[in-house]
Design a binder for this molecule. Structure first.
Ligand code: ZN
Length: 313
């Protein structure tokens, strides 16, 4: 399995258009040692021979990210043109679903999402109905918040799945834009799910938004060969300190990296796989390669994702 990070920043990207925090300001001024980043987007190719790719999240930057990735270029002789066969949605957050609108050009593909996420997108946000114009239309597949789904690349009967998608609830909340009435009728477990993709005895665990309110993630993180995990905030009060919000990281569903019971402390010890921080907010000091926080994350055994980072499992 080949995995490519097309975007590694949290919502807003880095720099963010309306942000003058120390990181964004210094990056614009050219005095920052670190990279600009687009909003979190992951792509994986389960089988190079089949030339098929799947996306995890549908980022607001998706169009530019696809154009910047030659492996995703449409093929003139393929019946379906695009090599993107499906999109896995971890939540209904704007940053995870907005990119679906970039994929609206009469292209059929699969969307894998929990029933709650599908209801939000179809019931209260009819703009996503634009995907139905393709012939055949985009095919919505229901993911259980706690389940295993075998994914096939062809319709040959009896063929083993090309990979398995394991889902688990991550304890997040539904986005603010969802009406209270609808939220009351949705399963809270479906607000944010983590994905473990398994293939040929190897696995990657993906959780760009991790609240830390449920325990299921630690087992997946401990057993995977590669972990792409929430690196949004360094400290719980980061948005308050930088004047970006009155809410803490935990209040908006992100386990901060540092501090008591932060991600660095809670991450299982002695794991065998690579651990990579992704979905990094523009205020996060780990983006600054000269900062002590950047050093501390590396010393704790984590890598810091950047756009274009690749992995082979
Ligand atoms: Zn900023």
């Amino acid at each position: 399995m080949r995995i490519k990070i097309l975007g590694s920043a949290a919502g807003g990207g880095f720099p963010q258009w309306n942000c003058a925090c120390a990181n964004c300001r210094r990056l614009r001024e050219g005095t920052f040692r670190g990279r600009a980043r687009t909003q979190t987007q992951i792509a994986f190719c389960p089988d190079p021979d089949a030339k098929v790719w799947f996306l995890v999240c549908a980022s607001p930057d998706l169009r530019a990210q696809v154009l910047a990735t030659l492996e995703l270029a449409p093929q003139p002789n393929e019946e379906t043109q695009s090599l993107i066969a499906g999109v896995f949605l971890p939540s209904a957050d704007v940053d995870s679903v907005m990119g679906l609108l970039h994929l609206r050009e009469f292209q059929s593909f699969f969307v894998f999402a929990a029933a709650a996420v599908q209801r939000i997108l179809k019931k209260e946000n009819k703009i996503f109905g634009v995907l139905d114009r393709a012939a055949p239309p985009v095919q919505w597949q229901v993911l259980s918040s706690k389940g295993r789904l075998g994914c096939h690349l062809s319709e040959s009967p009896g063929e083993a799945p090309a990979f398995v998608c394991v889902t688990m609830p991550l304890g997040g909340s539904f986005p603010d834009y969802v009406s209270e009435e609808l939220q009351r009728n949705l399963s809270p477990d479906e607000a944010a799910v983590g994905f473990m993709f398994e293939q040929k005895g190897k696995s990657v665990f993906i959780a760009p938004s991790l609240s830390g309110r449920t325990p299921e993630w630690t087992k997946a993180a401990a057993s995977s060969d590669l972990v792409l995990i929430d690196g949004t905030f360094w400290s719980d009060d980061e948005l308050v300190k930088t004047g970006r919000s009155k809410k803490t990281a935990r209040e908006i569903g992100h386990l901060p990296l540092s501090g008591a019971e932060g991600l660095l402390e809670q991450f299982p010890a002695n794991t065998r796989g690579r651990k990579v921080l992704i979905h990094i907010n523009n205020t996060n000091p780990i983006l600054d390669e000269d900062s002590p926080e950047h050093r501390a994350a590396l010393d704790a055994g984590f890598e810091i994702a950047y756009d274009g980072m690749e992995f082979e499992l």
